[in-house]
Design a binder for this molecule. Structure first.
Ligand SMILES: Cc1cc2nc3c(=O)[nH]c(=O)nc-3n(C[C@H](O)[C@H](O)[C@H](O)COP(=O)(O)OP(=O)(O)OC[C@H]3O[C@@H](n4cnc5c(N)ncnc54)[C@H](O)[C@@H]3O)c2cc1C
Length: 511
């Protein structure tokens, strides 16, 4: 007999043969066999009731099939509870009503341009071709969009068209719609929502086809669930420091993602033959100000490094005291890629007394009083009577810092900056001197489980693992954003892919 089962103990990665006379059939195997009899048998099992998982469950339920929605936490919505929830979609009804002419083809070309061709073009095409339908569905279901939207975007490299939308309550505006769509399906018994249960492993049958999932409840009890198809929508791994560092090869600097983003879906998929890809596309943002110097701290404020919002008066130096980028370069992508080459993805914003007093307050959302007070008690704010002392306090190389400040001042006088910077209102010359440490970090998972264009999980040889699909951040941001941040290209594709899988892509048939 060839059927293979991964038991709950397969956390230890052991295999057991069913029906081979093995004594290792085990409790979970018995439960799994029993599952078919005790109604724990489903057309579709969705693992993760978040951004991608809920639309999948809702639309599958519309097809009249039995859906089990497994969720580790007590709540619906996943990362959307933290997410800004910005979405991009071209050809939407809202755009049309506002006279914006836009197409998925233009969206695709924008993503291609912004990512410098580093995305998975097929998957981006699938996402943008289906984004408008998904966005229109949200709007028709009562999504509370900011009235002035769509826009081109600000935080990332802007789109060429106004196709960027978000809700009045950020990601929570989306959760409200998803919940409202899901609840009737739960009430009608079409979707069974199993909260506070972690999916622990996938069960495979003949030829490696996935036939179910084993879960563990908060009470520690495991249960087996048979499913004709399984969709992994478990999100990323950004709250799992070890996995983050192992898979991406970079240090984990910020603990700011959804606590359940533990990469359990990745583990489960890899245990049945899946593989991960996308490491080469890792990118961090241009930094935030961390609460503490702990390895995984929380960013509580941002120095405004967007020249279109506030021109820089300061210089940015790395730990060697060297400048590494033209501070007023218009492209945020350029700044992010420059930071990627710096030690520890870290830099210090350096300025002097006159800049401190005369420049607009540089911390987003702060007034001058808050800004001044930060130098008294915030860990990342430094003040000193000399550049040498500032270097000592910050850990920046003193000779490098002195040389960079001198070169900047000289270039400013000559109106010829070494980096081509244009905005240089004041020299950095008068004590006290100041520095603010900025830390680059990422809150999403670049690396992800490889899928084909039908969103089936695949092995390294390209063959699909029968019965197993994945959508959302589990497939890795590297696929849809490449080595760039493309506005709204996590949330919108997660919703669109979840919707499409439930609606038509998974070959579900009701009994
Ligand atoms: C602060 C922040 C801001 C962001 N802003 C944006 C933005 O503006 N635009 C954008 O496009 N992207 C943004 N993102 C990223 C985006 O929000 C996520 O990529 C997306 O929401 C992930 O959707 P998902 O369905 O893959 O995962 P989630 O929505 O996180 O859903 C996964 C679900 O699976 C559950 N789960 C995990 N493991 C298991 C298990 N073993 N068993 C059962 N359940 C499990 C989790 O509890 C969770 O509910 C942001 C992310 C963060 C953290």
């Amino acid at each position: 007999m060839t059927e293979i089962l991964w038991t709950p103990d397969a956390l230890t990665k052991r295999r057991f043969l069913i029906g081979a006379g093995s004594t290792a059939i085990g409790l979970a195997a018995a439960r799994f066999a029993q599952a078919a009899d005790d109604k724990n048998s489903w057309d579709l099992i969705v693992v993760g009731a978040g951004t991608a998982g809920i639309p999948a469950a809702v639309f599958a339920a519309h097809r009249g099939v039995r859906v089990l929605l497994i969720e580790a936490s007590a709540q619906l919505g996943g990362t959307l509870h933290l997410s800004t929830g910005q979405m991009s979609a071209a050809g939407t009804k809202v755009q049309k009503s506002k006279g914006i002419v836009d197409t998925p083809a233009e969206h695709l070309e924008d993503v291609w341009r912004i990512s410098k061709g580093t995305v998975n073009r097929d998957l981006v095409k699938l996402a943008v071709d289906n984004a408008a339908e998904a966005y229109d569905w949200l709007m028709d279901s009562g999504f509370d969009m900011i009235a002035s939207h769509p826009v081109k975007g600000r935080a990332h490299e802007p789109y060429s068209k106004d196709r960027y939308y978000w809700g009045t309550e950020n990601g929570v505006s989306i959760v409200k719609v998803l919940e409202q769509q899901l609840k009737p399906e739960i009430a009608a018994g079409r979707v069974t929502w199993l909260a506070r249960h972690q999916a622990k492993q996938l069960v495979s049958g003949v030829g490696g086809a996935i036939t179910g999932v084993i879960t563990e409840g908060e009470d520690g009890k495991s249960a087996a669930h048979r499913g004709k198809f399984v969709l992994l929508a478990t999100g990323g791994f950004n709250s799992n420091v070890k996995m983050y560092e192992d898979l991406q090869g970079v240090k984990h600097y910020a603990r700011m993602s959804y606590p359940y983003a533990q990469g359990q879906g990745h583990d489960m998929a890899m245990a049945v033959g899946a593989y991960v890809r996308g490491k080469e596309n890792y990118l961090s943002n241009f930094g935030g100000i961390m609460e503490t110097d702990e390895p995984q701290s929380h960013s509580f404020a941002r120095f405004n490094t967007y020249p279109e919002r506030r021109q820089p008066w300061e210089i940015y130096v790395n730990v060697r005291g060297e400048r590494f980028v033209r501070e007023d370069v218009p492209s945020v992508d350029h700044r992010e890629h420059a930071l990627l080459k710096q030690p520890d993805l870290r830099y210090w914003v350096v300025f002097d007394h006159d800049i401190f007093k005369q420049s607009p307050v540089p911390i987003e959302g702060w007034d001058r009083e808050q800004f001044e007070a930060a130098f008294k008690d915030k860990a990342m704010f430094f003040m000193a009577d000399s550049l040498e002392e500032l270097a000592k306090k910050t850990g920046v190389n003193a000779a490098g810092l002195a040389a960079s400040v001198a070169a900047y001042n000289k270039g400013r006088e000559a109106k010829k900056d070494a980096f081509g910077r244009k905005h240089m209102p004041l020299a950095i010359a008068k004590a006290p001197f100041y520095a603010i440490r900025q830390q680059g970090y990422s809150i999403t998972s670049t690396v992800g489980i490889a899928v084909n264009n039908d969103l089936q999980v695949i092995r390294k040889d390209g063959s699909a693992i029968k019965g197993l699909y994945a959508a959302g951040e589990i497939i890795g941001t590297s696929q849809l954003m490449g080595s760039a941040f493309c506005g709204g290209m996590n949330v919108m594709p997660a919703i669109a892919f979840g919707k499409m899988l439930g609606q038509r892509m998974i070959p579900l048939t009701s009994a």
